[in-house]
Design a protein around this ligand. Structure first.
Ligand code: PMP
Length: 334
């Protein structure tokens, strides 16, 4: 019998997630595609790891003291992770979000006891952008620290120290490629650095949604974007602190339609209910698997991230009216 881990501290439930072989995507790629089940973290997303890494780092630096407050600007998942970790360690949480994200995230954050501040979605250079608003709130409040997930490398360090070695061990040292999309870049850069340290031949790929600027940057050296994406939590327009020096070998651009196709397939065929960034990641992993095969690698094995639970998006990508209003394809059964 395979035993699940036993934890004496709820924070130890973060990370050490299972990895699963994805049958449909493997068939489509003609090689093995593996999904790291980050939706099984306590906050149901990959961002629990970043939250824990950032809060532990702030404690170690002496910036966060007993009874203090953690402030962050987020598309939601990081906020949920921070609120859970902060509750477990006795800190308060203030979360700043743009007001156009899935309503489930706001309801979840309120239920967790976070103080929620909503701002209009704006461009990063606008001083009222959620990131800058969260920095200001942290500066103005006594005993508060700004998590700063985009530029604080404590984010990628926890992926380098945990996610990467877990993937390596779980795949028994036979990994040919890894890819995922970027919000902060903590996952891609951290896992990339950690896997390259194990085997420098592992190909690390960026999977970018439409509307993000990184595909053009890594392909042609210029930050440039076109189109848009309904995926939440991904789609970056600048080189964040977490992306600096990230070992990215190649890049793919994936449409929402393709991502949604895999969201629907994974739900109907494999019983996995996931968010859109997971579908986009799986489409990117298939592209990477095909590229590795075309370059002559025998039976390549590719890993990606299943970032968050689909239950967080019942009002959006699992809702017929929402999909129709966005002009996106509706899966048959909705
Ligand atoms: N998918 C979802 C659903 C997310 O919330 C995030 C985090 N913003 C990501 C992917 C990207 O992760 P990272 O911030 O590590 O780039």
């Amino acid at each position: 019998m395979r035993m699940a881990p036993v934890a004496t501290n709820p924070l130890d439930l973060i990370g050490n997630t299972p990895i699963v072989l994805l049958e449909g995507p493997s068939e489509a790629a003609g090689c093995e595609i593996w999904g790291k089940c980050e939706f099984l973290n306590p906050g149901a997303s990959v961002k629990d790891r970043a939250a824990l890494g950032i809060i532990r780092d702030a404690e170690e630096r002496g910036a966060l003291k007993p009874g203090g407050t953690v402030v962050e600007g987020t598309a939601g998942n990081t906020g949920i992770g921070i609120a859970l970790v902060a509750n477990a360690l006795g800190y308060k949480t203030v979360i700043v979000m743009p007001d156009n994200q899935a309503s489930e995230k706001y309801a979840t954050l309120r239920a967790l006891g976070a103080k929620l501040v909503l701002v209009k979605p704006t461009k990063f250079k606008d001083p009222n952008h959620f990131v800058h608003t969260s920095r200001r709130i942290a500066e103005e409040r006594d005993g508060a620290v700004w998590a700063n997930q985009f530029d604080n490398q404590a984010n990628r360090r926890i992926h380098e120290a945990t996610t990467a070695p877990e993937i390596w061990e779980q795949m028994e040292g036979r990994v040919d490629g890894f890819t995922c999309a970027v919000g902060t870049g903590g996952t891609l850069a951290g896992v990339g650095l950690g896997l390259k340290a194990k085997d420098n031949d592992i190909r690390i790929a960026l999977t970018d949604p439409h509307g993000a600027a990184l595909y053009e940057y890594y392909a042609h050296g210029e930050l440039k974007s076109e189109g848009s994406s309904a995926a939440e939590g991904i789609g970056q327009g600048r080189i964040t602190g977490n992306l600096e020096g990230a070992p990215i070998d190649t890049q793919f651009r994936i449409s929402d339609e393709e991502g949604l196709h895999w969201v629907a397939e994974l739900l109907r065929e494999e019983g996995l209910c996931l968010g859109l960034s997971s579908g986009i990641n799986v489409a990117g992993a298939i592209a990477l698997g095909k590229q590795l095969k075309a370059d002559g690698r025998d039976n390549p094995r590719v890993a990606t991230i299943l970032c968050d639970t689909g239950f967080r998006y019942l009002s959006t990508i699992y809702n017929r009216e929402w999909l129709e209003a966005k002009g996106l394809p509706v899966f048959g059964w909705l």
